[in-house]
Ligand binder design. Structure first.
Ligand code: ATP
Ligand code: MG
Length: 430
């Protein structure tokens, strides 16, 4: 993650100021492409508060230069309920120094986990009567896109028993604390009014026959033979498309092995540990380039492989060096009495992934000029179709492997209930 050259819009700036100048708990939300991640990146570079950034999954944490919630708070896996939370002196000191806790991808955090964070902070800071032990909590995410992982039957039974829903907004801590909801309104990813309106209808499950007709008419045309990524619901579809396409190229497969130092913890690799490439392979960048030659999500073609990889993006060939992903861990520095952030592990690999296809889940957060949306037999998760369609920057970049059906558009009932009554405050009033 690097400091970005983007100038914040007025609504992003207003929200940055609200976070900086108040101690309120804030939920930063907004439709796909409204600049939530951009604002979070800006905050992490420019805040004057003692902030700690965390996220529910390893990859999400890496993307924002933060730590996973479980490792930061030393929480056990699975439902936590009232299980004891062990904290040694170092953890207590660390949690005592935080002024503001930022949680990215909060829509994937379940209510039990948010309540455990609350309890861990009260315990460490010895403020049993104050929500989050007095820490300001700033949450980023869009519940219309990604949902918490449902868990096994026992977990689902626990939630059914104890909570109104699994969602973070139904955590018990909100009985004792206020959450101010700010919604970013300006979409920066798409510019066509018609397409933005269509995406909005998909988001809210209010797709009319006319809108569906327009989307299907536009999308139902032969996909370009090359140059468009397939966004699919299922992993096996994605792997099969990539393997078939790689095998179809002439020449030898070369494998780049990742260099891993420190403890990365099994599944949380940010890229393939054995990356298979051939000249001609379609690849996607997994990081922004410091020199802005590509961004996270840019798609290109491998033109040569030597000690580095050469990739052509939009007619220009670039030499790509391996990138380093740093796994961070926060701790307390007695010397400065401030938080410090140390690198505990590094993962070095070319910031590339085969990109004839990618799962819709992994495409979250990204932008594509054009894409083939493959919903397979059916879309099976709330928000899935919305995430897929909203990756595409313009309507003419949309291709569909089959027409959309009403059953592809699933809106979670609890999300609708929360977001509709939330009366989100626009980040800036006109
Ligand atoms: N103030 C701005 N000025 C110009 N471009 C911006 C601005 N803010 C964001 N963008 C651009 O808009 C696109 C979407 O931004 P970003 O990824 O931050 O949105 P998001 O709300 O996180 O979207 P998603 O919900 O899909 O993750 C990016 O290409 C980003 O660079
Ligand atoms: Mg984002």
């Amino acid at each position: 993650m690097s400091s970005s050259p983007i100038t914040l819009s007025a609504e992003q700036q207003a929200l940055f100021d609200a976070i900086e100048t108040t101690r309120e708990h804030i939920f930063v939300t907004g439709r796909a492409g409204t600049g939530k991640s951009t604002l979070l990146n800006h905050l992490s570079w420019n805040t004057s508060k003692q902030i700690v950034i965390c996220a529910p999954t390893g990859v999400a944490a890496l993307n924002v230069g933060g730590q996973t919630i479980h490792s930061l708070f030393r929480l056990p896996i699975g439902v936590i309920a009232d299980r004891k939370i062990e904290q040694n002196a170092d953890v207590r000191k660390l949690l005592n120094t935080i002024e503001t806790l930022v949680i990215d991808e909060v829509s994937m955090v379940n209510a039990d986990l948010l309540d455990a964070i609350d309890r861990a902070l009260r315990q460490a800071r010895q403020r049993p009567l104050e929500a989050f032990g007095g820490v300001q909590v700033v949450l980023f995410g869009d519940p219309y896109q990604l949902a918490p992982v449902p868990g096994d039957a026992d977990e689902r039974a626990y939630f059914a028993d104890q909570y109104r829903s699994m969602w973070f907004f139904d955590a018990k801590v909100w009985d004792e604390a206020d959450l101010r909801i700010f919604e970013l309104n300006t979409i920066h990813r798409q510019h066509e009014e018609e397409f933005k309106a269509m995406l909005n209808a998909v988001r809210h499950g209010s797709v009319t026959a006319e809108i569906a007709g327009r989307l299907n008419e536009t999308g139902a045309r032969p996909a370009p033979a090359s140059g468009a990524i397939t966004l699919a619901t299922r992993n096996d579809t994605v792997n099969a498309i990539n393997a078939r396409a790689l095998a179809g190229l002439p020449g030898r497969v070369l494998t780049a092995k990742a260099e891993i130092t420190g403890e990365f913890g099994g599944r949380a690799f940010p890229a393939d540990d054995a990356l298979q490439l051939k000249v001609g392979a379609r690849v996607m960048f997994l990081r922004n380039d410091a020199d802005q030659r590509w961004v996270n999500g840019s798609v290109g073609t491998v033109t040569a492989i030597s000690s580095t990889v050469f990739v052509e993006v939009d007619g220009e060939e670039h030499q790509v060096q391996p990138a380093i992903w740093e796994k961070f861990k926060y701790s307390y520095s007695p010397a400065t009495k401030e938080l410090k952030r140390d690198i505990v592990a590094e993962f070095q690999q070319f910031p590339l992934r085969l990109a004839w296809a990618v799962t819709i889940h992994k495409s979250q957060g990204k932008t594509y000029d054009r894409a083939i949306v493959d919903l397979g037999q059916r879309s099976f998760a709330p928000g899935q179709t919305y995430v897929a369609l909203s990756r595409i920057a313009a309507l003419e970049g949309l291709f569909l492997t089959r027409p959309l059906r009403p059953s592809d558009i699933i809106v979670d009932r609890d999300v609708r209930r929360f977001m509709e009554k939330a009366q989100a405050i626009p980040a800036i009033r006109a």
